[in-house]
Design a protein around this ligand. Structure first.
Ligand SMILES: [Mg+2]
Length: 230
């Protein structure tokens, strides 16, 4: 866990979106989380407590709640994604320092999210970051197979012609860094002090206490951690 990591081989900078390009401490993602519960409650005719349980069980087992709903109930993803990503962006504030640092990174920059591609665009545009990226990869691009499963990372690298040995992956979900590390990428876990104790342990975003052998670096502040290239 060096304070000044050697990133001289990095040519591809890959960022998760939610709770990574903005801090988990702003509670923006809570809205999406609640809308998922509402949707599942309606779709499966369950009360909110039951719907919440299914939502978190599927998240833990299938990688995302959506994947579980598709696998178990044959649900069409389009309506779900539109509903859960229709959220108030005003909680998120652009961070000029983060923009400056991402802009100056040497090489290509990507967003890779388990949300929809439209969500990546909406959020990154609101954060005044979207134009800095060379591409974004949403859940639909991975054929609705989410991180942390291996196949969508392979597809992501194929689509953008990325050599994993020249890439670094930033994520708040620790389990989503295991495959990138095994593929040869450097990995950065973005933590926060937000309270995630209501989440199943396996899917809980990282806290500062999180440790895993496939995590190279840990930071609780992405824009501070990124070097400023000139
Ligand atoms: Mg995330």
């Amino acid at each position: 866990m060096s304070a000044a990591p050697d990133l001289s081989h990095i040519r591809n900078w890959i960022f998760d979106l939610d709770n990574t390009l903005y801090s988990a401490s702003v509670s923006f993602f809570d809205q999406i989380d609640r809308k998922m519960t509402e949707f599942i409650s309606r779709y499966l005719a369950l009360n909110p407590t039951e719907a919440r349980m299914i939502q978190k069980d599927y998240l833990a087992e299938y990688g995302t709640s959506l994947s579980g709903l598709m696998a178990v109930h044959g649900m069409d993803p389009a309506e779900f994604l539109e509903y859960v990503h229709d959220v108030d962006l005003s909680l998120l504030a652009p961070e000029p320092k983060l923009r400056q640092k991402i802009q100056a990174l040497p090489g290509r920059k990507f967003i890779y999210t388990n949300g929809s591609k439209g969500h990546a665009r909406n959020v990154a545009q609101h954060l005044n970051l979207f134009d800095l990226f060379d591409g974004s990869f949403g859940i639909e691009d991975g054929d609705y197979i989410p991180k942390p499963k291996r196949s969508p990372y392979i597809k992501f690298c194929d689509v953008f012609d990325i050599d994993p040995n020249t890439a670094i992956f930033f994520e708040d979900g620790v389990r989503n860094l295991e495959v990138p590390k095994h593929m040869g990428m450097a990995t950065v876990l973005v933590t926060s002090d937000a309270d995630w104790s209501h989440e199943p342990e396996i899917t809980r975003p990282a806290s500062t206490a999180t440790q895993a052998h496939y995590v190279d670096f840990v930071t609780d502040n992405l824009s501070n951690w990124l070097p400023l290239y000139s």
